[in-house]
Design a protein around this ligand. Structure first.
Ligand code: PRP
Ligand code: URA
Length: 214
């Protein structure tokens, strides 16, 4: 199943993704189910964001004969979750691409200013030679994603894709204006941001729902 392009964004309409997202949006969804569903959607979004990775033909030998068989060529991957909620995607993605490297990006959103505050950053030294998948379930004002992209680019990342679960139109516009080279994959673009910078209808605070904090 392909994706729909809305505002230049890849919106993943796959029924499994949409069904799991609906379960997560409901306030009755438990912490355990929320985490599990995010992990499962991470796998499905990983499948979509890697859909066009280049292949090369390798000469191999089956038990029957020799053949030319496709294998992923070129750049390997870096997965870059924004802490905390981005880690909810990480295990699912690593199950599909176990050899990926991981860059951890510690940012939190100041509740008064909605600006991103950095508290941790560690990325592989060879990030320039790898395709980087930046991940965070929520793209609201985009302050966090923009700060993360600034950090990754300053470290040398050349090719970066952003994967989220829910985006606000305001966040898509801000991210595209600040980093026009970055493509976005998401399961939905919601209506708008409320006066506290939360996505409407959204799913609430992703980090709190994942970890049972408040
Ligand atoms: C949430 C979310 C994003 C950010 C999105 O994190 O996981 O990182 O908000 O909002 P923005 O687009 O307006 O920047 P939060 O700051 O709540 O930190 P947490 O995951 O540690 O709870
Ligand atoms: N961060 C979240 O976790 N949820 C929102 O709706 C906005 C920012």
């Amino acid at each position: 199943m392909g994706d729909n392009r809305v505002q230049g964004v890849h919106v993943i309409k796959h029924p499994l993704v949409q069904h799991k997202l609906t379960l997560m949006r409901q306030k009755s969804c438990s912490t355990m189910s929320f985490r599990q569903l995010l992990n499962e959607i991470g796998m499905l979004l990983c499948y979509e964001v890697t859909r066009d990775l280049p292949l090369e033909m390798l000469e191999i030998e089956t038990p029957i004969t020799r053949m030319q068989a496709p294998s992923i060529s070129g750049k390997k991957l870096v997965f870059a979750p924004i802490l905390r909620a981005g880690t909810g995607f990480l295990d699912g993605m690593l199950e599909l691409v176990p050899s990926a490297r991981v860059a951890h990006i510690g940012l939190y959103r100041d509740p008064a200013t909605l600006k991103a505050v950095e508290y941790y950053f560690k990325a592989p030294l060879d990030i320039a030679e790898r395709l980087t998948i930046l991940m965070d379930p929520m793209l609201a004002t985009a302050n966090s994603a923009i700060a993360a992209l600034d950090l990754l680019k300053a470290k040398g990342a050349q090719e970066i894709r952003f994967v989220c679960l829910l985006a606000a139109p305001e966040g898509v516009a801000a991210l595209t204006a600040a980093h026009p080279d970055i493509e976005i994959w998401t399961a939905a673009i919601d209506s708008h941001l409320n006066s506290h910078g939360y996505i409407v209808p959204g799913l609430g605070d992703a980090g709190d729902r994942m970890y049972g904090t408040k």
